[in-house]
Design a protein around this ligand. Structure first.
Ligand SMILES: Nc1nc2c(ncn2[C@@H]2O[C@H](COP(=O)(O)OP(=O)(O)OP(=O)(O)O)[C@@H](O)[C@H]2O)c(=O)[nH]1
Ligand SMILES: [Mg+2]
Length: 613
């Protein structure tokens, strides 16, 4: 008898507890040894995921529940990684829609649910974090019904089972506060409410590659769902490429999922999810199919990118000291490699061979790519993120977002002001009576660039932001750029405490003493609008011993340490972020102070005004 199988994806807004729930499910399924040492959120296995506490890549796992194999895809909740969710939905027959019992549905909840409903996947609604002191479980459930109705769910789709969970302790309830002490009700719901996979083992083989993985031992690994037929090790198959090309090959290594491992298999049956190693050229979207009766799957469609950034060779005077992959060739090859596994990214060539335009879903997605590259030894420079603009019927269109800002009541005024200056239009304002309010805006995507940093300053770090792509609108003209200028080093050298001390009142410094700088490097944010050239290498004149010992006692305000994201948020059009394995520096595009256009000329091109420094 064929193995009973259920295939599900866990989808939700960021941080609502997907990976934590998968952890609990795996633990309770008995897949781990008693004494196996486990970290929290084991599925968040890559370094950046662990550091940031978010899921970036969708990942497969599987467990057995009373003889039924449950394949689970854990998906990322951050909107920049929505492409991962779209693909994951191809693999499954139903979804667990997780919603934080306090936060309720947020923009990404809507996005992933919409995708699941469009794909006719039956949902199980899971209200998670019911243990939170501020949980408003019943009200949130009402909001979820509203969301389904708003998304034109059919009667059937509205008839979803509801479970109440504490993913951290691994308990699921059918009714709030029933006596359950484990996840049994959740497993039961999956087995009963999610249909068994369709497809027929007697049909010609059909597997669509929806994910790729890599292992040092096996090389490239293709992951996909067996829609029809069955696959034996050693079988002769064909790979149908989107171009129409058909490549015959032999399957040598076949795996199925179990917990955190993959088991080698002799055969995989219709409905299961499989990992296949052994062919280097395979790409996402391709179909592995019968040699004699090829049945290619429909191509995957992924939402278009909305944000672009220029990646270029590092030309700063300090280039090549820390990285070993520094040429345009290196960068080109790396980006090409990224395209193979990351279908929501595009790369365009530019007029020069030294630079590329990289398009993605958002700042975080591109920042993660840059961060990954620098850890691999790359050096590069990146420009200010810009929005992708489209022309349709000779109308210029730009992307617009739905934005939700959650902040303490006292900051409503300043938040409205900041959003207003970025052309945000306020919609609903909800006050849950907890001292925090939720403000909804519709805002051009451009208005989001650098917004997070600004709102963090405005609200002393208390605001929460959630945004979601919401279509295209008529291009609204220029938005104001950064209102402050840069403090720019005017010569090469090493910074001194003395020079920095003299400067720190001018704005916010990005470097401490003893830092190597070069002409044109940005060392701080000027409090004023114009850029200012500064000498940060000045030594105090050594007049006598006392003065020099006093020099050591100079008290510097701690400088602002730039992270990759804060650097990307900060820069203006005439600036680059220089990224190397060990350093993040900001610089003017034109380093030479004599040739560099003054910033305010560019920010406000007003005819008739002469450039007076
Ligand atoms: N109190 C409480 N905290 C929870 C619960 N479930 C998850 N958390 C916490 O919520 C945070 C986010 O959990 P994750 O499992 O990483 O959330 P996620 O949905 O996988 O996040 P992304 O994959 O980045 O979208 C972690 O700090 C968890 O410990 C719960 O039931 N109760
Ligand atoms: Mg996660």
């Amino acid at each position: 008898m064929a193995q009973a199988i259920r295939n599900i994806a866990i989808i939700a807004h960021v941080d609502h507890g997907k990976t934590t729930l998968v952890d609990a499910m795996l633990r309770q399924s008995g897949i781990f040894r008693e004494n196996q040492a486990l970290v929290e959120r084991v599925m968040d296995s890559n370094d950046l995921e662990r550091e940031r506490g978010i899921t970036i890549l969708a990942k497969n796992t599987a467990l057995l529940y009373h003889g039924t194999k449950i394949n689970i895809v854990d998906t990322p909740g951050h909107s920049d990684f929505g492409g991962e969710v779209e693909r994951a939905l191809r693999m499954v027959d139903g979804v667990l829609l997780l919603v934080d019992a306090s936060e309720g549905p947020l923009p990404q909840t809507r996005y992933v649910l919409q995708k699941a409903l469009q794909a006719h996947l039956p949902p199980i609604v899971v209200l998670n974090k019911i243990d939170r002191a501020d949980a408003r479980t019943n009200a949130v459930l009402d909001e979820i019904y509203d969301l389904f109705i708003d998304l034109d769910a059919t009667e059937d789709q509205l008839d979803f089972p509801v479970l109440y969970t504490n993913a951290k302790t691994g308990v699921a309830h059918r009714a709030l506060n029933d006596a359950s002490t484990n996840l049994q009700p959740l497993f039961e719901a999956i087995v009963t409410a999610i249909p068994a996979p369709s497809g027929d083992a007697a049909n010609p083989l059909q597997i669509q590659v929806t994910n790729l993985d890599y292992s040092d031992f096996l090389g490239r690994i293709a992951i996909g769902r067996v829609f029809n037929g069955a696959l034996r090790r050693g079988a002769q198959v064909g790979i149908a490429k989107p171009s129409g090309q058909f490549v015959p090959t032999v399957i040598t290594k076949l795996f199925t999922f179990r917990g955190l491992q993959r088991d080698e298999a002799e055969e995989v049956t219709c409905g299961d999810i499989v990992a296949i190693a052994g062919f280097e050229g395979i790409q996402i979207g391709e179909t592995i199919t019968d040699l004699d009766h090829p049945a290619p799957c429909e191509p995957l469609t992924i939402d278009e990118p909305t944000l672009a950034m220029i990646f270029t060779v590092n030309t700063s005077p300090l280039a090549g000291r820390e990285g070993n992959r520094v040429t345009s060739r290196d960068i080109r090859d790396r980006l090409q490699k990224e395209l193979l596994t990351n279908v929501s990214i595009r790369v365009e060539d530019l007029d020069t061979t030294d630079a590329f335009r990289v398009l993605g879903r958002g700042e975080l997605q591109l920042a993660i790519l840059i961060e990954t590259m620098r850890r691999e030894g790359y050096e590069l420079m990146v420009g200010k993120p810009e929005i992708v603009v489209r022309t349709e019927n000779s109308r210029r269109l730009e992307p617009v977002e739905q934005l939700i800002v959650d902040c303490p009541e006292m900051f409503i005024g300043i938040v409205m002001e900041t959003l207003g200056s970025r052309r945000g239009e306020v919609g609903k304002i909800v006050n849950h009576g907890s001292g925090r309010v939720r403000l909804e805006f519709r805002i051009p995507s451009r208005g989001l660039i650098g917004l997070r940093g600004q709102l963090m300053t405005d609200t002393r770090g208390t605001a929460l932001l959630h945004s979601l792509f919401d279509g295209w609108i008529e291009y609204g003209g220029e938005l104001a750029s950064r209102a402050t200028g840069a403090l720019v080093a005017d010569r090469v050298g090493e910074t001194t405490a003395f020079a920095l001390w003299n400067l720190q009142e001018r704005g916010v410094l990005f470097v401490g003493p003893g830092t190597e700088v070069y002409e044109g490097m940005i060392v701080g944010e000027n409090a004023r609008e114009a850029d200012m050239d500064v000498n940060v290498t000045k030594e105090k004149k050594q007049t006598n011993m006392r003065a020099s010992s006093a020099d050591e006692a100079i008290r510097l305000v701690p400088h602002r340490v730039l992270t990759l994201e804060s650097a990307i948020e900060f820069i203006a059009d005439d600036e680059y972020v220089e990224v190397t394995p060990k350093s993040i520096r900001l610089r003017k595009k034109v380093l030479d102070g004599k040739r560099r256009p003054r910033r305010w000329q560019q920010v406000r091109p007003s005819p008739g005004v002469s450039a007076a420094g």
